[in-house]
Design a protein around this ligand. Structure first.
Ligand SMILES: NC(=O)c1ccc[n+]([C@@H]2O[C@H](COP(=O)([O-])OP(=O)(O)OC[C@H]3O[C@@H](n4cnc5c(N)ncnc54)[C@H](OP(=O)(O)O)[C@@H]3O)[C@@H](O)[C@H]2O)c1
Length: 323
């Protein structure tokens, strides 16, 4: 396993890490399978896990807490997120900072997350949504500073809205944000334009999320794929998105070199970018953990393949089904 610096946090994190969204209690998620998958990740050298209170009202935080307790001799970094008080994804400029992240709400959920993790301090606490119009709100600054001075968190981050990689750049320039989490994958290449150069300049850690486009880049979905209503993907891969996605995935498959699979190419595409600190793949299956963790040692893709992947960029706009 290879490790990279998470910006200026001082954390050295595995470049392949695990996201816990799919472990939050959707149909098909099984707690024992989730715990086994996380333990295998740890055994293979993964030391960074991304969860959020909103993943099952603390359920995923609690699963991660079990893994932290079971591996107390190892330095494992836990990242979690404060849910927006208005429970609206994505953030909207129509809402005020104080309606979404008032200090009392942030501190209450910080305490709840700490209880679930079973730790005294959260390595990385992120706000689960963000709108840059909130940047100048004095309560934003005072909240982040107090979370740190009280020792409740080690580092602070923002999870940017889906397909809005520039909606956070003002906040990055305040100096309050140590880490940014953004969707980055073969389709969603736009963070390369403005966000990554700023993160490199300011030494801000980058977590690339949704590396497999919610699973389409796993390469197994077809036009006939349907998810149960209780699976979040039933909405995301609904009538408006499934066909377009499958068409693009099929085109991508023509570029996969022999000896490589589509998910391997997708994850190694992300590893190719030095601005990225780590990528958090959702993986509940042990086989997926084994396959993905092994890619760290292989590293990025060669320049010719990266060039061939550029035209597969897909700039998208937020839709009612996309969050
Ligand atoms: N707003 C936010 O902050 C936000 C939003 C979305 C996601 N996230 C974070 O980002 C993480 C990753 O995103 P995600 O889990 O939504 O999507 P993802 O990582 O793009 O895709 C996960 C899907 O890919 C499958 N998969 C994993 N490895 C595979 C492989 N080698 N071959 C084929 N399929 C494979 C997984 O299957 P199995 O699970 O069955 O193994 C799962 O269905 C989340 O878990 C969460 O931590 C944050």
């Amino acid at each position: 396993m290879k490790y990279r610096k998470l910006g200026r946090t001082g954390f050295e994190v595995s470049d392949i890490a695990q996201g816990l969204w799919g472990m939050s209690g959707w149909s098909g998620s099984n707690d024992q399978e989730s715990l086994d998958a996380m333990q295998l990740s740890v055994d293979l050298g993964c030391n960074f896990f991304d969860t959020a209170w909103a993943y099952g009202d603390g359920k995923s935080d609690g699963l991660l807490g079990q893994i932290l307790a079971r591996n107390s001799g190892k330095r494992i970094y836990a990242a979690s997120k404060i849910p927006p008080m208005n429970l609206k994804w994505p953030a909207s400029p129509k809402d005020k900072y104080n309606d979404v992240f008032p200090a009392a709400h942030v501190f209450q959920y910080t305490k709840s997350i700490l209880e679930k993790l079973g730790t005294k301090s959260i390595d990385l606490l992120q706000l689960h949504v963000w709108d840059d119009s909130w940047t100048g709100d004095p309560e934003f600054r005072s909240t982040v500073e107090k979370l740190k001075s009280d020792g409740l968190i080690q580092a602070f981050g923002l999870s940017l809205n889906r397909w809005q990689p520039t909606n956070g750049i003002k906040a990055l320039n305040t100096g309050l944000v140590d880490v940014v989490q953004v969707i980055y994958n073969i389709f969603d290449q736009s963070p390369e334009d403005e966000l990554f150069p700023i993160c490199e300049k300011l030494n801000i850690g980058v977590i690339a999320r949704v590396p497999l486009d919610e699973g389409s880049l796993g390469g197994k979905m077809t036009l006939e794929t349907r998810f149960p209503d209780t699976d979040w993907r039933s909405g995301y891969f609904g009538p408006e998105n499934l066909g377009n996605t499958i068409t693009r995935v099929e085109k991508l498959k023509t570029v996969v070199p022999s000896g490589m699979t589509l998910p391997q190419m997708a994850l190694r595409f992300i590893l190719s970018n030095p601005a990225v600190s780590t990528t958090i793949a959702g993986m509940r299956k042990l086989d997926h953990v084994r396959e993905n963790m092994a890619l760290s040692e292989m590293g990025g893709l060669d320049a010719a393949l990266l060039q061939a992947l550029k035209p597969h960029r897909w700039d998208r706009v937020v839709k009612p089904w996309s969050d």
